[in-house]
Design a protein around this ligand. Structure first.
Ligand SMILES: [Zn+2]
Length: 209
């Protein structure tokens, strides 16, 4: 075994993270390495026990609920590939550190920012312990530039409000990649506060006269 590594592939939705992961896994398979592919059970994008990139490539994956389970699943593997790292619990940082101590090659993907453009799950710590980080960009779905770094959440085709619930009941919810200029995050509560503050200052102005 030629030493440990943790390659992390990150970026917004539709930047080709899973496609890149599959490309790297295929190289390991060609090199006759023993590879195990893990994905979190919460990922509802696919129902079967496999990961699939948007261009149709797919590979068998073991669905895991708690990150600690990974350790017993990959005992004989030389390469451990983990998709959608942003969905794992806090133990994932310790688990990947342990896999590196065992001399394994870990390749992972994860969304770095959530729809509010805040760090997603334990991605910040994972980016710190990674031996290599690749940040991929997507094509902005609004202006077409190639620097989309944000994941825009849309509810019934409109930008989702900052306080919109993480799990939507009814309503057509979609996500798309956008650049920093086209990314929108309406904040109705904040706007209401500003409006009421303005209202108060108007009343104060009026009473001063
Ligand atoms: Zn744009």
């Amino acid at each position: 075994m030629d030493g440990y590594s943790f390659e992390l592939i990150t970026g917004p939705m539709s930047c080709g993270k899973t496609e890149e992961l599959l490309r790297r896994i295929k190289r390991c398979i060609i090199a006759k390495k023993k590879v195990t592919v893990i994905s979190p059970e919460v990922d509802t994008r696919e129902n079967g026990d496999y990961i699939k990139s948007r261009n149709g490539l797919w590979l068998d994956a073991i669905k895991v609920k708690h990150s600690i389970q990974i350790l017993s699943l990959v005992k004989d593997s030389e390469v451990v590939a983990i998709d959608e790292l942003q969905f794992f619990d806090s133990n994932i940082v310790r688990v990947i550190t342990e896999l590196m101590k065992q001399g394994k090659k870990v390749i992972g993907t994860g969304l770095e920012l959530d729809f509010k453009a805040e760090p997603f799950g334990h991605m910040p710590e994972l980016m710190c312990i990674a031996t290599n980080v690749d940040k991929l960009h997507a094509v902005c779905m609004k202006c077409g530039c190639e620097h989309a770094t944000r994941t825009q959440r849309l509810i019934d085709g409109k930008p989702a409000d900052k306080s919109s619930p993480l799990i939507m009941i009814g309503g057509d919810e979609t996500y798309e990649a956008r650049c920093i200029k086209c990314y929108e995050l309406p904040d109705a509560e904040h706007d209401k506060k500003i409006q009421s503050d303005l209202g108060i200052s108007k009343i104060l102005q009026f009473t001063k006269r």
